[in-house]
Design a protein around this ligand. Structure first.
Ligand code: PLP
Length: 474
């Protein structure tokens, strides 16, 4: 037994840290060990319970309804709002799209209108549910283009999408205008607040200027907000709220035409662990509004410090003034963002590279947590010295022959053997003798090559990579 736990601890040793305030993507850190302890114990206590049947484990139903009620207050929801706990932001988004599609049955070939900054989960939903995604480029301010959205809506549209805020640039779309366009035409409007939905209401209470985006805006029909991001809950918990029960109806699924139990589900999962529900419930009870207000104050102060550090660095450019706690910056050409990411990693800070997209340069993303505030000065120093090192080494040079090859490749025509060659050329083949597919510590060269590829080629190469990574013994 102890041996197994020791082996688990050893496996964790190579992971990113989750509680140091220095991992600025993937994890959200309150910096409060007591909250983390309560969360861990709640998850463990409910790990074996099953939300498959809400009458079998009424505790889970109670906690789910409590979480929806708490969020309803936060999101200015009217009486009659309903919601579900899902496994994460992607599942909430998938269900918002599915409910819109199936709740609008008279539309034969449904479409939705999404800004090009909307989360990739909408494209997964389009792919899974056969809903065409009509992508509208955002304006120079990185916010959804209202006129472009209006032009993209037609009789096939079942959903208009807005982000509050967008992941890549951290700005809130013009929700009142987009929701009005949808409402005038009797179409649903989903606000994806997966990453900002637990921050923005508290930011407003702290006196920050926050654009309108909640259910207080007429025409907003559903909102997604993740508990496992700025709700600081353990992973596996998000909320999808619908303005009323009729809007949610198509999300609920029952199947009685087989010889087993009648299946009755509100989400994509059927058996679902009570662990994440209990973990989220415990954290929300433990923190309450006062706790979240303080955590938001810290996360915003840390964000301000990051913005100041970026603005003070001559080689860096802030992409957009953040509306919440997400920062994106790019470089002035004397260094590249990918090397800055590597240099930060070498100094113990994990920040996330974002590849160039639709003519916009590559950038670096930081999701800033409350726990980062205590390390804001170290972060500034790490950023300064990382940029100095990146400028000294200069932008990554990709061999012109490789660049030409990448530009000419058509992912549709590539064979498995071609992908093996491409992965090797990109530095993503690992060393099978040394245990397989671990990427090198420094990844700027890989990112610089991927950056030259089209989105379709990037996807194809990364799927080939995942295919080789996810094999026993790799
Ligand atoms: C705006 C937004 N929507 C959806 C998601 C998807 O969330 P998840 O990774 O929990 O599936 C994210 C994740 O960062 C997000 O930022």
């Amino acid at each position: 037994m102890t041996d197994v736990l020791a082996r688990l601890a050893a496996l964790r040793a190579d992971d990113l840290p989750v509680h140091t305030g220095r991992t600025l993507a993937y994890v959200f850190d309150s910096g409060l060990p007591e909250v983390d302890r309560v969360a861990r114990e709640a998850v463990a206590a409910f790990a074996a319970t099953n939300g498959l049947d809400p009458t079998a484990f009424p505790s889970l139903l109670q906690m789910e309804n409590d979480l929806v009620a708490f969020a309803a207050g936060l999101l200015d929801a009217p009486d009659g709002v309903v919601g579900s706990v899902t496994s994460g932001g992607t599942e909430s988004v998938l269900l918002a799209v599915q409910a819109a599609r199936d709740g609008t049955p008279h539309v034969g070939r449904p479409s939705m209108v999404v800004p090009d900054t909307a989360h990739a989960a909408f494209h997964k939903a389009a792919h899974y549910f056969g809903v065409e995604a009509r992508v509208v480029p955002v304006g120079d301010d990185f916010r959804a283009d209202v006129a472009g959205t209006a032009a993209a809506i037609d009789e096939s549209t079942v959903l208009v999408v807005a982000s509050a805020p967008s992941y890549a640039h951290g700005v809130v779309d013009p929700v009142p205008e987009l929701a009005a366009l949808a409402a005038e035409r009797g179409i649903r409007c989903h606000v994806d607040a997966c990453i900002g939905g637990w921050v923005l209401p508290y930011a407003a209470r702290l006196g920050r200027s926050v654009p309108s985006w909640t259910f207080a805006v007429d025409g907003v029909t559903s909102v997604s907000v993740d508990l496992h991001k700025y709700g600081y809950a353990p992973k596996g918990a998000s909320l999808l709220l619908h303005r009323d029960a009729a809007l949610r109806r198509a999300q609920l699924f029952a199947w009685a035409d087989w010889p087993g139990y009648t299946m009755l589900n509100s989400t994509l999962q059927s058996t679902r662990s009570g662990g994440p529900v209990a973990g989220a419930w415990a954290v929300v009870q433990e923190l309450g509004h006062d706790g979240y207000l303080e955590l938001t104050r810290k996360a915003l102060a840390a964000t301000d410090a990051v913005v100041a550090a970026v603005e003070a660095a001559p080689a860096l450019r802030l992409v957009a003034a953040p509306d919440s706690t997400l920062v994106a910056f790019t470089t002035d050409g004397t260094c590249d963002p990918f090397t800055v990411v590597d240099e930060m990693q070498a100094r113990g800070w994990h920040v996330q590279p974002q590849l160039s997209h639709r003519g916009r340069p590559a950038s670096v993303h930081l999701s800033v947590s409350a726990a980062t505030l205590d390390h804001a000065e170290e972060l500034r120093a790490a950023l300064d010295s990382s940029v100095t090192a990146a400028v000294a080494s200069g932008p990554v040079a990709v061999d012109p022959g490789v660049a030409a090859l990448v530009a000419a490749l058509d992912p549709e025509t590539l064979t498995d053997a071609d992908f093996d060659g491409l992965l090797a050329a990109a530095g993503m083949a690992g060393d099978p003798a040394a245990g397989g597919f671990a990427l090198p510590e420094r990844r700027a060269a890989i990112n610089a090559r991927l950056d030259l590829a089209s989105p379709r080629l990037r996807e194809a190469v990364l799927v080939a990579f995942l295919d080789r990574l996810a094999r026993p013994g790799s």
